[in-house]
Write a protein that binds this ligand. Structure first.
Ligand code: FMN
Length: 226
């Protein structure tokens, strides 16, 4: 009896070990995040030089990804936290926000997956694995440019008494955010284009969002193609 019991115990330990091996990676996948490094505040061009060089480009090197440092700085420029909360307000951001609603999410579409930027943690949270860059626009270059951002407004949190007011307010926020990305790109030698030609319904479906969320603008970023 004792030997049989010991066998059961060994079998149970081995089974538990196999379960950890099998389930472990799945759990890690569900929680997968990319922790972004601190921006280097002393790098890049001056603000006036960046404004002088700001422009839209529609040509991207599909073989050259942004560095992790560039990704971190670009997302921080787009919508990062730049000062702590005061008087019960939300922490301050790099863009001004109507009624300080801060109701815009930034999604980053890259070759390996779709991520959502989490400004307070300054990290990217995996939303969906796989290459979905082609879904971010109707232009050819979106499919293989290394990075496409998508700005999505949470309309139920948008300030304004009419639908029109709400739309205008979230559009102002996104205008500021996307201009910061333009300036970061101009200061870092990256090409960029902002795009309103997006398929909102298809993007909502892909991201699992209901119609209280409004995908507003896409923005494609990468190095100049050779
Ligand atoms: C709200 C907005 C939407 C835009 N949508 C598109 C677009 O869908 N496709 C595109 O090729 N360019 C788009 N652009 C880029 C403009 O065409 C571009 O900014 C304009 O031609 C001026 O060029 P510049 O940015 O180099 O100064 C958009 C720009 C803005 C501000």
């Amino acid at each position: 009896m004792k030997i049989v019991g010991a066998r059961y115990l060994v079998a149970a330990v081995i089974s538990a070990f196999i379960c950890v091996l099998l389930i472990g990676p799945t759990m890690a996948f569900a929680d997968e995040t990319i922790k972004l490094s601190e921006p280097k505040f002393k790098s890049g061009a001056t603000i006036l030089t960046a404004l002088k060089n700001r422009k839209s480009d529609r040509s991207f090197d599909s073989a050259r990804a942004l560095t992790q440092q560039q990704l971190s700085e670009l997302l921080w420029a787009a919508g990062g936290v730049n000062r702590p909360a005061v008087d019960g307000e939300k922490p301050g951001r790099t863009f001004p926000s109507g009624h300080n609603s801060q109701c815009i999410d930034i999604y980053a579409f890259m070759s390996d997956g779709i991520y959502r930027y989490e400004p307070e943690a300054h990290e990217l949270k995996l939303i969906q694995k796989g290459d979905h860059r082609a879904a971010t626009g109707v232009q050819n270059y979106v499919a293989d440019a290394p990075l496409n951002l998508l700005y999505v407004a949470h309309m139920s949190q948008a300030p304004g008494s009419t639908e029109m007011d709400k739309r205008v307010n979230v559009s102002y926020d996104v205008g500021h955010m996307s201009q910061s990305v333009y300036l970061y790109c101009a200061s870092s030698g990256l090409n960029v284009i902002v795009r309103s030609s997006i398929d909102q319904e298809a993007l909502r479906k892909l991201l699992g969002l209901n119609n209280t969320y409004e995908p507003l603008l896409g923005q494609t970023i990468g190095f100049q193609s050779k």
